[in-house]
Write a protein that binds this ligand. Sequence first.
Ligand code: TRP
Length: 460
Amino acid sequence: MELYEQLTAQGDKVRSLKTAKADKADVDAAIQLLLKLKVDYKEVTGQDYKAGCPPSGTAVSNDRQSENGGEEDTVDPWNVATNSAKGVDYDKLIVRFGSSKIDQELVDRIEKVSGQKPHRFLRRGIFFSHRDMNQVLDAYEKQKSFYLYTGRGPSSQAMHVGHLIPFVFTKWLQDVFDIPLVIQLTDDEKYLWKDLSLEDCHRFAEENAKDIIACGFDVNKTFIFSDLDYMGSSPEFYRNVVKVQKHVTFNQVKGIFGFSDSDCIGKISFPAIQAAPAFSSSFPQIFKGRKDVQCLIPCAIDQDPYFRMTRDVAPRIGYPKPALLHSTFFPALQGAQTKMSASDANSSIFLTDTPKQIKNKVNKHAFSGGKDTIEEHREQGGNPDIDVAFMYLTFFMEDDEQLEKIRQDYTSGILLTGELKKMLIETLQPMITAHQENRKNVTDEMVKQFMTPRPLNFNF
Ligand code: TRP
């Protein structure tokens, strides 16, 4: 009850700060505390805080504990796991990582500055956290441009729908802000971490590039590179790698990434290679040697450790800190306890799946929040918060009203699990088929164009 009252007071404080148009830093600090209180509240009561609804029940305090075994969610570049069927507690991650929540105010601001309706990933909290996005928008309003950087670790030929999320969103950002984009394919990283040959990793990079290009990027505005190729051809890139390496100690990377004495030295120094593209001087052909162009990195939140390190070294080597936009994970078919994984065929919808495979996988494997029998379902309704078919629709269905109606009908029991799954299948099938068509039209020649270091259509 005490926490509840504290939370209510803090909520009021945030609102009054916002109305008073208080200093951004003060508002952010107040929101950060509010989120932290919400996390504590959930831990103590086992319930989500709802304004105006004091905590109910008495024996609830163990609920959350048994729900997740009392342990923290695991989120790092190599593992994502939680015991909660609703998925990772993202508010808690914001507090743990010290990032900021993408609230309605920021979404509105992005709409205002870009002049476009916010992407559904923003409207629905799929990109939910950020670092310094307000600073990027401030500068953009003053005609100071920025660039986008994202990437992918090419660990296999097989990409699944979850892999597209950052690219779909990055494409939208590129279109609405009209800015350059660099995409890093970390074939070196996959060689160091997996039991794969260098040649295979490099080949996967080129194959994955086709799927990325199929998302519709403009060749005049986009540079895609394989580390194995670009590192050796760009003195400026390598100089930045070395600068980062000089300013981060083994102790620091141990703390950030959990490396141990028995990890190969390639792993230990790799974070510097993922950091370098966040500095514009790594791409002199694009930025004409300018080292002060601000970078914005859209990525899944598990990549944040790399960029916390990058932001930490940036000022020490004379560069601006990259800003970030973080996404949630794309849940596995079996449930939001973990993310989709390319190495488990049944957990994923691949970009190469046929309409029939899609249908079978959704029907067979998608974890349902529905009830066991139709009678029960009609009577009690389903739970969309743990239902994978519903979660996927929030990623891919464009129409907000239609999605909301589905949520209500499923919750009330009007809509059955089979019907919900059918809607998902009918959303996914044409989407994947269209992707396959686009990919077929990507020639080796086009891949080569995208992957050749060259000036882009921007004047820096
Ligand atoms: N490490 C990432 C992966 O394994 C790939 C990557 C490199 C990346 N640079 C990035 C992802 C920048 C997002 C943003 O998938």
